[in-house]
Ligand binder design. Sequence first.
Ligand code: 2AM
Ligand code: CA
Length: 266
Amino acid sequence: MRLNSPQINLITRACMKASRSLIRDFGEIENLQVSTKGPGDFVSSADKRTEKILIDELQKAHPDYGIVSEEAGIINKSNKVNRWIIDPIDGTMNFLNGIPQFAISIGYEENNEIKCGVIFNPIMNEMFCAEKGNGAYLNNSRIRVSNKKNFGDALIVTGGPKGISKIKDKIFSEYVNVSKNVSNVRKLGSAALDMAYVACGRFDGYWQRELNYWDVAAGIIIIKEAGGFVDFFEEDTKYPLKKNVLATNSNIHKELGDLINKKDIE
Ligand code: 2AM
Ligand code: CA
């Protein structure tokens, strides 16, 4: 990895440390799936264990920084200048089912702008990271978005709707719309990895509604530094942590955006 700012070093170290217990926990899932209690409670405790290791490591270096994290909520709320945005396990449903498509995702924000981010899939040992102005990397190699220009050939990834969604029909109709116009649409179940995969050219584009900021914070800088575009649409100022995201290799941004019923991207 060629990035070596103090923030990136800190995040990657925290990820490596947390991933050791996460890998152990993932190994337990198989046993729990056959038990009568099922793995549900275990997963939420794995989430909390991972989160605690990450937060402890980050706080050791910067006790005053703000933190927005999926389980712990908001810490040091008054610090809006320096914030960590943490998702300890993105792709929880996959984790719960023994599918190795999940990741730790951590973004670092200064004055509301993401400066660097890391997305780490500990099972595949794939660490995606980026730092503003210094490019995006997968492990030790520089990554770039795909070069595909023909929308009809594009491979797109999406996710949702979640079980409690009130706009399932809208989300399904977008899925149909997009599917009819591209080569194929995939759903892999981890928003953070979906974005990382756009950044390294495995997918040409991604969109998803009803996400939380911690699902996508690290992905924003990784895609941008890999040469892609990221937009949030239909933002609700009352809920700044709720996000609808459109992210592409840049070439197909308008075409994918036009097929989504978004109201505010031109
Ligand atoms: P999670 O695994 O951390 O919950 C799956 O489509 C993607 O959407 C995952 O990144 C998942 O994050 C995210 N997501 C956010 N809220 C969700 C919810 N209530 N149900 C399912 N997935 C959700
Ligand atoms: Ca998540």
